[in-house]
Design a protein around this ligand. Structure first.
Ligand SMILES: Nc1ncnc2c1ncn2[C@@H]1O[C@H](COP(=O)(O)OP(=O)(O)OP(=O)(O)O)[C@@H](O)[C@H]1O
Length: 302
């Protein structure tokens, strides 16, 4: 197992940012960490990378207790912080060479060249970091996180503030890296989770409120009802509709019925039978699955 978080709480003064958080991530998993602003994502990531101590609980990453914070541990865990602190007066290769020397990387110069190549920094390599666009600065952050060839990557909003082309570039890079590394990344972009992550952990007010595959969340597996829109040639009474097994409620909107369907229920066969038995014709039938956005909203509001 790559990451094991057990009963972690974090207080900033009297404010509790994490409340008894537990989750585990296996080697090679790519996991999205979602939550509204202030949910506790960055705090958890700082604890995982040894930059911040937990108030209580136990955190192991690659078999290391993160509080030990050894150089060996730092080599195993690459971290792209949310506010990527870079030395703006240094040149790209100079900065990466400096980071590599801190990690005591053998063949540092060669490794720096490899990372410049991997992160698409070749055209910008001779510029000072302060002269780079946000996207290229983000790539420098990724390159520094990758320098020691870590087993685990912790990426705090790796695509925030990037233009759509840069987002695709960085996303593709993360996808490639995910083939050989364990990755935990935070993001506010739902398509990103669907494009990159095989699992999603949602955190709200310091609590883990979901830990699932994105498809399972969307199919309503975890959060309850789905919706079916149906139009008949004439209107049945709502009492008739809710007798159909699996229907939790029925609302008539613009001449169409929105049927709320209990989790895990398939009601279409019963609906057709109902129509035939009662001499209705079904004019339209569409199933609306919950999108990841819907699920996120329902889990993180209120
Ligand atoms: N250094 C700090 N001192 C006091 N409170 C803090 C500190 N850092 C974070 N907090 C508080 O802890 C809570 C969690 O913050 P955190 O930055 O972990 O959230 P987040 O999920 O990363 O949010 P965002 O999506 O906005 O980056 C917030 O209420 C925040 O104000």
């Amino acid at each position: 197992m790559s990451i094991s978080v057990s009963g972690v709480s974090k207080f900033y003064g009297s404010q509790q940012a994490l409340k008894n958080v537990s989750f585990q991530i296996q080697s090679g998993e790519v996991v999205g960490f979602l939550g509204p602003n202030g949910a506790g994502k960055s705090t958890m990531m700082k604890i995982l990378t040894g930059y911040l101590p937990a108030s209580s609980g136990d955190v192991q990453v690659c078999g290391f207790d993160v509080t030990a914070n050894s150089v060996e541990f730092r080599r195993k865990v690459g971290y792209l912080p949310e506010h990527n602190p870079l030395y703006l007066d240094m040149y790209v290769a100079e900065y990466l060479g400096f980071v590599g020397s801190v990690y005591k990387i053998r063949n540092n110069k060669k490794r720096v060249e490899e990372m410049i190549d991997l992160t698409g920094l070749v055209p910008e390599r001779h510029k000072k970091i302060g002269a780079l666009s946000k996207g290229y600065r983000q790539r420098v952050g990724l390159a520094q996180a990758l320098l020691p060839d870590p087993e685990v990557l912790i990426l705090d909003e790796p695509t925030s503030g990037l233009d759509p082309n840069q987002i695709v570039g960085v996303r593709n890079l993360i996808n490639d890296l995910g083939k050989s590394k364990t990755i935990l990344l935070s993001t506010h972009i739902m398509q990103e989770v669907k494009a990159i992550c095989e699992r999603v952990i949602i955190i709200h007010q310091g609590n883990v409120v979901a830990d699932e595959q994105p498809e399972n969340l969307e199919s309503g597996h975890r959060t309850g009802e789905n919706e079916l829109t149906v139009a008949f040639d004439r209107q049945p009474a709502p009492e008739q509709l809710i007798t159909i097994d699996g229907v939790a409620g029925a609302d008539l909107i613009n001449g169409k019925w929105i049927l709320r369907v209990k989790a895990g229920k398939e009601i279409r066969p019963q609906l057709f039978r109902f129509a035939v038995d009662n001499d209705f014709i079904i004019m339209e039938l569409t199933q609306k699955q919950k999108s990841l956005e819907d699920v996120f909203q329902s889990l993180t509001t209120g």
